[in-house]
Design a protein around this ligand. Sequence first.
Ligand code: 3PG
Length: 215
Amino acid sequence: DKIKVLEELKTIGLVPVLRADSVAKALALAEAIAAGGVTVLEITMTVPGAMQVMRTLAETRPDILIGAGTVLDPETARMCILEGAQFVVSPAVNTKTIEMCHRYSIAVLPGGLTPTEVVTAWQAGADVVKVFPASAMGGAAYLKNLKAPLPQVELIPTGGVSLHSAMSFLEAGAFALGVGSDLVDAKAMAEGRPEVVTETARKYLSIVKEFRAKA
Ligand code: 3PG
């Protein structure tokens, strides 16, 4: 259920943002990431055949927690939920999308950047607010500043998160980290080196583990 999904997101501490230009490439990336132990994936709506990617993963990899990303409207959210998405992410706040997710008891993570946007998302029923684009706004220091007056609001910084900045985002109070290109490395895949992606996934997990051990 939704509580379990949120617990799993927090435990793994990562939300890989999967962007790829075909179903086959998306599935190969998913396998490479999961091989490193990161069993959470956000399939973005910019992937051609994104619905098929979610359906295939839901059928063949029940161990992977599947989310839908870049969901901008309630119709798309409903389609994704019916294909097996267990959480829905958006770069912005769309209250109708939040209502649709509530209707299906699915975790919803809308995007917000300014304090007003973050609080608007939270009051509209966000389970976690995706702070996007986090690095462009100042990175971990920005997240820490947001958390000071809003400690009750769970935040997932996304956009420019890297192995280098991951620990500082966790220390700033991130619920989990949204990681795109630094982990979901299309170049390594194109070069036939999925093990690079797998190794990066492992490195991210060990940073989360190290943080939890000292927290
Ligand atoms: C995205 O929209 O793809 C995510 O925000 C990830 O961004 P990143 O590639 O900068 O991590």
